[in-house]
Design a protein around this ligand. Structure first.
Ligand SMILES: [Zn+2]
Length: 620
């Protein structure tokens, strides 16, 4: 239903919109609506909407506003799309005055310098996450987190005085800001740990990695971008709201894990259990964690804001061969290592295939790019539009996207990479054991069970033809007497692809509307329009890289964010940080991590507006 949109004309719903089951999804329409329409009324309304849509489309075409010479086929940001609906900028209404006052304060040099100091102080405490750390409370590697806690308590006395602060598993931090109503709380998360600085690279840093040095533009140091800035932004947002007498109607919970860069189990894992026990399953209205940001690479002063609404799953699989030993002078046709090689060859001979499903996040992202990105290749734009209801175009689009780059292909499929292999102990002894570990990132449309079945399909013929028993995740699939292939989880626990956050009217539109309101009133990002589109997160890489495959740098790590522990808390999980690539001096997880100081302030503005907008969504 394309409906003309004007910035700022949204009304605030008197009830939580996403708590009204069955409420119709009407992009860019006023939020208040009568849900008790009769069928006849609905039919008439539908007809009117169709006529209105046709009128708008015709009108736009006649005015030529869809097209200019260098942006053929492009929708203007103020024109709505049925496949990538846009939501208007959303400003606090009840708290208009406090919002304006805070924007004034955020614009002051004094506030900026104090905030920079707060982040610099946090950066100076090297809370490094190590893969081989001992248990919390025993290994001294965790001690720096106690230092960070002391620092935060000194830096934010008002927050610690007014909010309930609970420590979970010693170093997890949960701040509880009680609201005056029973409305579901909002949860804002970040992580206290940073990736270690490689000692051999220290000399490459322009300013020392734990200096927190501010050079007038950049705040330098490990954690300045990932993720100390988000900790400081959340606490400063709450501190500033407290100082201006705001008290929430909706409870605000802030939670900081402390091992996101390894697995998150010690921090977010424990915090998740605590929050579920305290607030119940699905006890939160929404969650905002670190994630994707604003992408400014689309030309024409357009930013794409792409909150990540899902993440791929994860599994490391060990394929192990056990076979009879003996002297190498009388070898069989295939030793254990040979059999393992056959298994690896079979695995690589039948890789997973890319899928592009209309109900999947990659498809939604690509539609947003096709509709609104001036720099998207025209042949892909045309294909994308046809693919909305043409199956053969959908297949061609999938193939075209898969060929664009290995990274774009990876986003559409479960990936496999044989990364570790070992076996054999002596040159004159037949190996009795050999194994390989295969790393998998599981596609949004797939599952751990499908991946396990794939191993059965691929390895059964190998087992049968060499008289081997095949045991896959505990199930005997084929029996044989010449040895065994055992397929099992190599490390950790299998992780399913995340649930998909609903994208429509509700939390998604509030987050999107708040992003637009923040950018629309920003000096740093002035003169730009924002397009909102959902994305699938593979660490910092998203489907936006479709348009700019060369633009991927540090992205392809693809471990999941802390949100993988929080699935039970809410259906509405957004992985989004209000920051552009150019606000990072040199990316994250590498040398010369530095954040543009002005971006720190923008992050605070976004979170403050978000708290106010979400708070108002519960009240008339
Ligand atoms: Zn992070």
């Amino acid at each position: 239903m394309p409906v003309d949109a004007k910035e700022g004309d949204r009304k605030i719903s008197p009830v939580l919109p996403w708590e009204s089951p069955g409420a119709a999804y009407v992009p860019n329409m006023p939020a208040v609506r009568d849900v008790s329409l009769s069928r006849a009324s609905k039919f008439i309304l539908s007809c009117l909407m169709v006529l209105w849509s046709l009128f708008l489309a015709l009108n736009s075409l006649l005015r030529g506003s869809f097209r200019t010479d260098n942006t053929r086929g492009l929708l203007h940001p103020s024109i709505n799309s049925t496949v990538c609906p846009q939501w208007d900028a959303l400003y606090p209404i009840i708290n208009t005055q406090i919002d304006a006052e805070l924007d004034n304060i955020f614009a002051s040099t004094d506030f900026k310098l104090r905030t920079i100091d707060l982040l610099a102080g946090a950066v100076r405490i090297p809370t490094e996450s190590h893969d081989n750390s001992g248990p919390v409370g025993e290994d001294s590697v965790w001690d720096s987190f106690a230092d960070l806690h002391e620092y935060l308590e000194r830096a934010f006395p008002l927050v610690y005085a007014k909010l309930n602060v609970t420590k979970i598993n010693t170093y997890g931090l949960v701040y509880h800001w009680q609201g005056s109503t029973e409305a579901k709380p909002i949860l804002l998360t970040a992580h206290q740990d940073v990736v270690p600085v490689d000692p051999t690279t220290v000399s490459q840093w322009i300013h020392p990695p734990y200096s927190g040095h501010y050079d007038g533009t950049w705040i330098w140091g490990r954690g300045s971008c990932d993720d100390k800035s988000e900790i400081i932004e959340r606490l400063v947002a709450v501190d500033t709201l407290l100082r201006h007498g705001f008290s929430p109607a909706r409870t605000v919970i802030i939670a900081f894990g402390f091992d996101e860069e390894t697995t998150g189990f010690e921090g977010a894992g424990h915090i998740a259990k605590y929050l579920e026990e305290t607030y119940g399953h699905d006890g939160f209205a929404m969650l905002v964690d670190e994630g994707t940001g604003l992408d400014a690479n689309f030309g024409n002063n357009i930013y794409f804001a792409t909150p990540a609404v899902s993440e791929k799953g994860y599994l490391d699989v060990r394929v192990e061969i056990t076979s009879p030993g003996g002297h190498s002078s009388i070898p069989p046709a295939h030793t254990g290592i040979g059999l393992l090689s056959l298994a690896v060859s079979a695995i690589e001979a039948i890789p997973y295939t890319p899928e592009l499903l209309r109900n999947g996040t990659p498809f939604s992202t690509i539609q947003c790019i096709a509709n609104y990105s001036p720099s998207f290749p025209e042949y892909l734009r045309t294909l994308s539009r046809k693919a909305v209801n043409d199956d053969s175009a959908l297949a061609r689009l999938k193939n075209a996207l898969s060929k664009l780059s290995p990274a774009t292909e990876a986003l559409l499929m479960t990936t496999q990479a044989v990364d570790i292999i070992e076996g054999g102990v002596k040159v004159n002894a037949l190996p009795e054991r050999a194994s390989a570990v295969v790393n998998h990132r599981i596609a949004e449309h797939s599952s751990v069970a499908e991946l396990q079945q794939h191993y059965i399909d691929v390895l059964s013929p190998v087992a049968a033809s060499h008289k081997l028993t095949l045991r896959v995740f505990g199930r005997v699939i084929v029996t044989g007497d010449s040895g065994e292939i055992t397929v099992s989880t190599a490390f950790g626990t299998p992780l399913e692809p995340s649930p998909k956050t609903p994208v429509g009217y509700g939390p998604y539109s509030i987050v999107g509307g708040t992003i637009k309101a923040t950018v629309a009133t920003s000096k740093l990002y002035s003169g730009t329009s924002v397009i909102l589109g959902p994305s699938l997160l593979m660490r910092t890489l998203t489907l936006l890289s479709f348009a700019f495959p060369c633009h991927i740098d540090d992205g392809l790590v693809a471990e999941n964010t802390d949100t993988m522990h929080y699935w039970n808390l809410t259906k509405n999980i957004f992985r989004f940080s209000l920051v552009t690539e150019s606000d990072h001096y040199n990316g994250v997880h590498t040398v010369n991590e530095a954040l543009r100081a002005d971006a720190l302030i923008e992050g605070i503005r976004f979170l403050t507006k978000l708290i106010l907008n979400v708070d108002e969504s519960a009240l008339s």
